[in-house]
Design a protein around this ligand. Structure first.
Ligand code: NAD
Ligand code: DAU
Length: 344
């Protein structure tokens, strides 16, 4: 029998970086939520990310693929809320091979939306999109109504999923909201993304590969501020609406690298300027007026959050050393991505 005092929340991709932080946040914040994680455990999804909540009495972990309707659909159909994080997420990998991005990010989202369309009880489907769908922003900040101009296979697959989700609201009245967050940072981020890659390299005196002239700008959002924004939007967002989520911390990659060097206590001889990413978006910037109008603002100051993040990786070598030192898939990717990359 269903317990009507409980809210059932399906989190896809809950073993990844943001998903695992959200699962932990949700269990801590909402005593009436039962959380199911559905995750394929790709290279980026790890049980270790959920180590402290795997056996939580209100958490249930399902190892499965969102593209597999037999597994995913019943979970969607029995949920009150779906928060859909599952995706292939690394731009550099999408440039090497885009197939998995189209399959998971677009087709996987389609599978979930089809199930959502049939669900009698679903009251919220959160499509986790990204600020990358706006493409590179020369000046000013992207508003939710701006045109989408994705420029790499990852962001194009996310834009496809973003608009597909919207279409299921417009056509079938599925209670979709779409969120477009900026670059997240914090604990449990896979060490292929710039902050965990650079921090863990620097700890071991390994040079950090800074792309191009280091002048590309990203807006950094602490993952817990992202979780707080999602929580608000789950409760107060309007179906059919898009919400940007940004930290308001626009930083050039070269400046970020210098901050990391200072925090780890290393000098700039460890910077290795390398050939740029193909099609590298110069700058992302989102306007967050809409979300701030609902009472949200980021609570984590960037410098403080960055310091705590560096300290987390320094304290939690158990979490990243097995990946960096013993995972053959990781080593093969690093070799392919950086092995023969020319220095600048
Ligand atoms: P991540 O790569 O750390 O995690 C992705 C998770 O999805 C992993 O646990 C992986 O195993 C799972 N997954 C992949 N394919 C799957 C499939 N077919 N079926 C089930 N599970 C599958 O990613 P992240 O950085 O935590 O990003 C989460 C979401 O947030 C993504 O949708 C991403 O596009 C979006 N996003 C990320 C950022 C960021 O800065 N990291 C910013 C904005 C939006
Ligand atoms: O903006 C949101 C997006 O942020 C999310 O949608 C993506 O899932 C997430 O991966 C992230 O994309 P980026 O490409 O911005 O993140 P990444 O950490 O890969 O790179 C951040 C910046 O650092 C970017 O300008 C490229 C640069 N970089 C990255 C790596 C991995 C380097 O200079 N050297 C590197 O080795």
């Amino acid at each position: 029998m269903t317990d009507t005092t409980q809210t059932t929340v399906l989190v896809t991709g809950g073993a990844g970086f943001i998903g695992s932080n959200f699962v932990r946040y949700a269990l801590q914040t909402h005593a009436d939520w039962r959380v199911t994680t559905l995750d394929k455990l790709t290279y980026a999804g790890r049980r270790e990310n959920l180590h402290d909540v795997m056996d939580h009495p209100r958490h249930h972990f399902v190892h499965g693929d969102i593209c597999d309707a037999a597994t995913a659909s019943p979970l969607v159909e029995s949920a009150d809320i779906v928060v859909h994080f599952a995706a292939e997420t690394h731009v550099d990998r999408s440039i090497l091979a885009a197939g998995d991005f189209i399959r998971t990010d677009v087709e996987g989202t389609f599978v979930l939306l089809e199930a959502a369309r049939r669900s009698p009880r679903l009251r919220r489907f959160v499509q986790i999109s990204t600020d990358e769908v706006y493409g590179s922003v020369a000046e000013g900040s992207s508003a939710e109504t701006d045109e989408l101009r994705p420029r790499n296979p990852y962001s194009a697959s996310k834009a496809g999923a973003d608009r597909l989700a919207y279409s299921y609201w417009a056509t079938y009245d599925v209670p979709v909201i779409i969120t477009r967050a900026s670059n997240n940072f914090g604990p449990y981020q896979f060490p292929e993304k710039v902050i965990p890659l650079f921090v863990t390299n620097l700890i071991d005196d390994i040079p950090v590969p800074l792309y191009g002239d280091g002048g590309n700008v990203r807006d950094w959002l602490h993952v817990l501020d992202h979780c707080r924004a999602l929580d608000l939007l789950i409760r107060q967002g309007q179906s059919g609406e898009v919400y940007n989520i940004g930290g308001g911390n626009e930083v050039r990659n070269a400046d970020l690298t210098h901050s990391l060097l200072r925090l780890v206590g290393k000098d700039e001889t460890l910077i290795r300027p390398v050939e740029d990413r193909k099609g590298h978006d110069r700058r992302y910037s989102v306007s967050t007026n809409k979300l701030r109008g609902m009472g949200w603002k980021p609570l984590v100051a960037f410098e403080q959050g960055l310091q705590e993040t560096v300290e987390w990786y320094a304290r939690n070598e158990w979490w990243w050393r097995p990946v960096k030192e013993r995972d053959p898939q990781y080593k093969a990717y690093m070799e392919q991505q950086y092995g023969s990359r020319p220095s600048r």
